[in-house]
Structures are given as structure tokens and as C-alpha cells.
Write a protein that binds this ligand. Structure first.
Ligand SMILES: Nc1ncnc2c1ncn2[C@@H]1O[C@H](COP(=O)(O)OP(=O)(O)OP(=O)(O)O)[C@@H](O)[C@H]1O
Ligand SMILES: NCC(=O)N[C@@H]1O[C@H](COP(=O)([O-])[O-])[C@@H](O)[C@H]1O
Ligand SMILES: [Mg+2]
Length: 388
């Protein structure tokens, strides 16, 4: 049985670990704090600063894993190239993990090398340079730290007065040791999707039915599957996803994010791993959820097909403030609702807007997606994260 070293142990890692344990794999869950969600499920756990390359080296040396799997972005991924040279398997690949942790690397690859349509963008290393970049891009525009995720440090500039604030905020939200930001033209999209894409050792790329989602503060609030969209638009997104995953190389599931606007499909970014919006697949919308698909692709088990079994929605339960030992009020209401389930991640600290759990609703394939979304939102609003 394979030994998996998982760098990052949040909610996505937890469900991945459950999938791995179900078929007898060994998992070592790593994060920067003890008792992280995946650590609660894994065989072993380790606590290190994943931006410290020496600490990463020590764990690889200690556990000699069959697979090294990143679950977050903020990892000293430069070391992954070395692990590959030493004969380790990095998922999806060292290049994929390294390029996607830094918005500059992945954006330049997608826009310049692969010619994918993206929002117009510039980079800035100071408030002064940001000002110039904004004047070139135009307003509104969005500023994001080069290294961050879940909307951390991200803000929209609507007037000149926002520029200095946006710079300050980006510096507080940056997870790495990089001060640089990307500033992107605001894409006035009609809707946005995540296209879960699976690359396999057999060479055949598979796509999950598209996932629609709504974001606030740069973080997802609800996601639903399937996202209603025209077939030719979906085909275009699939082609773009195949191009970028092929260029990054490797095996596993990827969450490829697109904006769909009147003037076409824009590539935004991608995760080289299960995607937060893909938690909707925990509502058993597919024959395999995104974590099971990742696992199969990682360990090289065939995936004969991906089928949509029912429609579904996930809606997040967010922390209401900063405190230890959160408990959840209102879960009886959720549990009493038909065609509904939920997950509580087991994070031991609540922070304002921290994702603590999800509501999952579903219906038959011929049900109305709006109704499934409405129910998930309603039920999520009934759950309160409170102090014990
Ligand atoms: N250029 C843009 N134009 C319009 N909206 C945008 C743009 N960039 C980002 N957004 C909005 O902000 C959301 C978050 O952006 P993005 O995915 O780049 O952030 P992130 O921090 O990487 O989030 P995550 O890690 O959760 O995917 C997008 O899903 C979209 O709703
Ligand atoms: N968009 C990326 C994403 O959803 N990542 C997921 O959130 C966790 C961190 O949560 P935390 O910040 O609450 O510790 C990560 O470990 C991963 O599971
Ligand atoms: Mg995103």
C-alpha cells in the first residue's frame, strides 16, 4: 500500500485522507498547526512551517513517501524539483505545484506561452508602481498578492483613493515571503465556473460536469453542479483546461477556474488538487467525488468514466469571530431537512469568515438547480458558529 505525504491538512485534505483510508493507503498529514482536519483522519501527523525548505526535506527523508501531495499553495515548492530528481513522485508534478503557488508563474504561462485569454494584467512591487499599473489597466481592477488563496489580501480598486489601501491590504494577506502583487482588469463576467479536470497516467484527460459558484471577499459561498451552460462554451473551457494541465504535466485532479463573459471564456487560475468549490461533489452528484478521483489518478487506478448522478449544491458555514473550540448551533434544522447533508471540518479555532463546514443539498437529475441552491443557502443561514 502506498505512503502519502500530504502537505496541507485542511478540509480538502481531510476528505482526501478519508478517501485514501477507505482503500487502505497510509497518510501522513502535515500542517502548520496541530490537530488540523486531515490530521484527525491520518495515520500520522506532523507540524512544520511548510515555507521552510529544510523542514520539508527532513520530512521527506524521514517518511520516504511514495507520493508527495500538496494541499495548499504556501509551500516551499522549489524543493519539489529536487525530490523528483531523487526519484520521488510529486503530485501532480513539481512544475505544477511550483507554478500554481505563484500567480505570476501560472498567469505568464497561460497568457503568454499558451495564448489563453485572461484578464489584462500587470505586476507591482510597491504602492507607487501599483498606481502606474492601475492607470494602464483602468478601473475597476482587482489586486491580489502573488502568493495567497481564498481571497486573502485581495481587493477591488474602484477609485484612486483605493490604491494605497489595496496595497496595504495585499501586504497583510500575502502568505509567502513575496511582496509583489498582480493587478487584473475587472472581468464583467456573466457567470464563473470551476472545471474539475483529471489527468491520468493512461493519458486520457477526463472532465467533471462544470461547477458554478458565487464568491464574496474572494472566497466561495455557494457552489452547484452542473452549472447550466452552452455546450460550445463548455468545449472551449475544456480545451483551455487540457492545454494548461498538459503544459504543467502530471497526474491528479485540477480545479480550473474560468469566467464566462459576453466576449468569451477567460482563464483565471487553477488548483493542482481538489478545489474548494468541488466540495459540492460530496453531495454525491457524481459516481466518484473529487477526492476519490484525485486519489485514483494519483495512485494510478483507472477511472472508467465520470457520470453525473444527481444535481447538488454546497453552501459554506463561516466563522463568526475569533475563538477556540467552536460549536455549531442549528444543525438539527439542517439534519431535519430532506435531501440534505453537511460536513463540519473540525477546525479547533474559529476566525471571522474562516470556512468551518458546508451544507450539501441535492435533488434528482431532473430537479431545478435554483431550488437546490436556494435550500443550501437557507440552511447555511440557520447554522451559527458559537463559542462553547
Ligand atoms: N479579474 C477579475 N475580474 C472579476 N472578478 C474577479 C477577477 N479576479 C478574481 N475575481 C473574483 O474573485 C474570486 C477569487 O479570485 P481568485 O480565484 O483569483 O482568488 P484566490 O485567492 O486564488 O481564491 P481561491 O484560492 O479560493 O481560488 C474569483 O472567483 C472571482 O469571483
Ligand atoms: N481555496 C483554497 C482552499 O480552500 N484551501 C483549503 O482550505 C484549507 C485552509 O483553511 P484555513 O485557512 O481555514 O486553515 C486548506 O488546507 C485547504 O483544505
Ligand atoms: Mg480562485
Amino acid at each position: 500500500m502506498a505512503k502519502i505525504l500530504l502537505f496541507g491538512s485542511g478540509e480538502l485534505g481531510k476528505e482526501f485522507t478519508i478517501a485514501a483510508k477507505r482503500i487502505g493507503q497510509t497518510v501522513i498529514a502535515v500542517d502548520s498547526y496541530p490537530n488540523a482536519p486531515a490530521a484527525q483522519m491520518a495515520d500520522y501527523s506532523e507540524v512544520i512551517n511548510m515555507l521552510d525548505g529544510n523542514a520539508l526535506d527532513a520530512l521527506v527523508e524521514k517518511h520516504k513517501p511514495d507520493y508527495i501531495i500538496p494541499e495548499i499553495e504556501a509551500i516551499r515548492t522549489e524543493r519539489f524539483y529536487e525530490y523528483e530528481k531523487q526519484g520521488y513522485t510529486v503530485i501532480p508534478s513539481a512544475k505544477a505545484a511550483n507554478f500554481t503557488m505563484n500567480r505570476k508563474a501560472i498567469r505568464d504561462l497561460a497568457a503568454k506561452e499558451l495564448g489563453l485569454k485572461t484578464a489584462d494584467y500587470r505586476y507591482a512591487t510597491s504602492a507607487e508602481i501599483l498606481k502606474k499599473a492601475v492607470s494602464e489597466i483602468g478601473m475597476p481592477c482587482i489586486v491580489k498578492p502573488l502568493m495567497s488563496s481564498s481571497g486573502k489580501g485581495q481587493s477591488t480598486i474602484k477609485t484612486e483613493a483605493d490604491i494605497e489601501k489595496a496595497w496595504q491590504y495585499s501586504q497583510e494577506g500575502s502568505r509567502g515571503d513575496v511582496a509583489e502583487v498582480i493587478v487584473e482588469a475587472f472581468v464583467d463576467f456573466n457567470y464563473e465556473i470551476t472545471l474539475l479536470t483529471v489527468t491520468q497516467r493512461s493519458g486520457k484527460t477526463l472532465f467533471c460536469p462544470p461547477i458554478g459558484h458565487r464568491q464574496e471577499r474572494g472566497d466561495y459561498i455557494e457552489s452547484w453542479q452542473p452549472a447550466p451552460m452552452k455546450n460550445d462554451v463548455l468545449k472551449e473551457a475544456q480545451q483551455m483546461a487540457e492545454k494548461v494541465t498538459t503544459a504543467l504535466t502530471g497526474y491528479g485532479i485540477w480545479g480550473v477556474e474560468f469566467f464566462v463573459a459576453d466576449d468569451g471564456v477567460y482563464f483565471s487560475e487553477l488548483s493542482p488538487r481538489p478545489h474548494d468549490t468541488g466540495m459540492v461533489t460530496l453531495a454525491k452528484t457524481q459516481n466518484f467525488n473529487e477526492f476519490e478521483l484525485h486519489l485514483r489518478a494519483v495512485i494510478g487506478l483507472p477511472i472508467p468514466e465520470i457520470t453525473l448522478e444527481r444535481i447538488g449544491c454546497s453552501a459554506v458555514i463561516l466563522g463568526s469571530g475569533n475563538f477556540e473550540n467552536p460549536v455549531f448551533d442549528g444543525l438539527e434544522i439542517v439534519a431535519a431537512a430532506p435531501k440534505t447533508d453537511f460536513r463540519i471540518f473540525g477546525k479547533t479555532t474559529s476566525r471571522l469568515y474562516r470556512r468551518m463546514g458546508v451544507i450539501l443539498t441535492h435533488d434528482k437529475l431532473d430537479g431545478a438547480i435554483e431550488d437546490v441552491i436556494f435550500r443550501a443557502k437557507q440552511l447555511a443561514s440557520k447554522v451559527k458558529v458559537i463559542q462553547k
